[in-house]
Design a protein around this ligand. Structure first.
Ligand SMILES: Nc1ncnc2c1ncn2[C@@H]1O[C@H](COP(=O)(O)OP(=O)(O)OP(=O)(O)O)[C@@H](O)[C@H]1O
Length: 269
């Protein structure tokens, strides 16, 4: 497995310690720890409401932490603004924004570097020929990315006309327009048919092995987690319950109990 991070052996690319987040009286994160080693595809699972998405939101700067620390690639990124965190090479997938739904697939990709980095390839620094040159390079890059995720045949299609699975591929493709070290994926398999799910998994594996991109993946589909991720981290009630290879996690009684407990609570509530 390719490892491109600059960390010495054993040091995590992402090191989260003691994160806390309250929403009113509700403790969504309660001293959450998480380490993601460079070169891994780390899975993040846990029952509904365990705090997985909140953890992503805090790591990526969309929600401020009440306590704790987030170190990424040697930088303390705790509570930095999202665009600054993004510049360090930590990015996450987002649903295609509503205003981008009536743009073509190709245009959606070409907007990414300008839109996300914020200072714009199309800004005032570039004029005339230089703009056209930049645009041509960007278009070439976008087309390469679309070939990779096998969406080249729909490059002129409006984003809103894509199937659910194709939208997930486009979301992944958008992250690849940048040069990420770590990509956070929040339920990439949700609502995706089995064929596209396999393609998505294969893309993730290939990006990991060939480009050394590290992934942290929240997923409820256990087949996807078990075949794609190692290690798997289990969250429950706002903190890490355990971590290990997928087979070990699957048979751990604490994990079963956390899931069943959640179901009982849901049934009672
Ligand atoms: N913005 C918010 N305001 C109030 N409560 C919130 C907010 N975001 C999350 N919560 C609550 O925090 C808890 C953790 O939610 P979170 O979405 O992080 O869990 P999750 O593990 O991602 O769950 P799921 O698997 O269902 O997506 C839940 O009880 C949720 O209702």
């Amino acid at each position: 497995m390719a490892v491109t991070g600059d960390q010495p052996d054993g040091m995590a690319l992402l090191d989260v310690t003691g994160l806390a987040k309250n929403f009113g009286g509700l403790r969504a994160l309660d001293g959450a720890d998480l380490q993601v080693r460079a070169g891994t595809i780390t899975g993040l699972i846990g029952p509904n409401g365990a705090g997985k998405t909140t953890l992503f939101n805090v790591i990526t700067g969309y929600i401020p932490a009440d306590a704790g620390r987030v170190i990424f690639d040697g930088h303390d990124i705790t509570n930095l603004l999202p665009h600054r965190i993004f510049r360090y090479g930590l990015c996450r997938t987002f649903q295609i924004p509503r205003e981008h739904q009536s743009l073509s697939v190709l245009e959606n990709l070409m907007l990414v570097p300008a839109g996300q980095v914020g200072e714009g390839l199309f800004g005032s620094l570039f004029r005339g020929r230089a703009v056209r040159h930049q645009e041509a390079r960007l278009r070439d890059h976008a087309r390469q990315v679309l070939e990779f995720v096998e969406l080249a045949h729909v490059e002129q299609e409006y984003a809103r006309n894509l199937s659910g699975g194709q939208k997930k591929l486009l979301e992944l493709a958008r992250t690849l327009m940048t040069n990420p070290k770590l990509v956070l994926l929040d339920e990439p398999g949700a609502g995706v048919n089995p064929t596209l799910m396999q393609r998505l998994s294969a893309n993730i594996r290939q990006l990991n092995e060939e480009r050394g991109i590290t992934f942290l993946v929240i997923e409820h589909d256990m087949d996807m987690i078990m075949t794609l991720c190692n290690p798997v981290v289990v969250m429950s009630e706002g903190r890490r319950l355990m971590e290990g290879p997928p087979a070990e996690v699957q048979r751990d009684p604490r994990v079963l109990e956390a899931y069943l407990g959640g179901q009982y609570a849901a049934a009672e509530g």
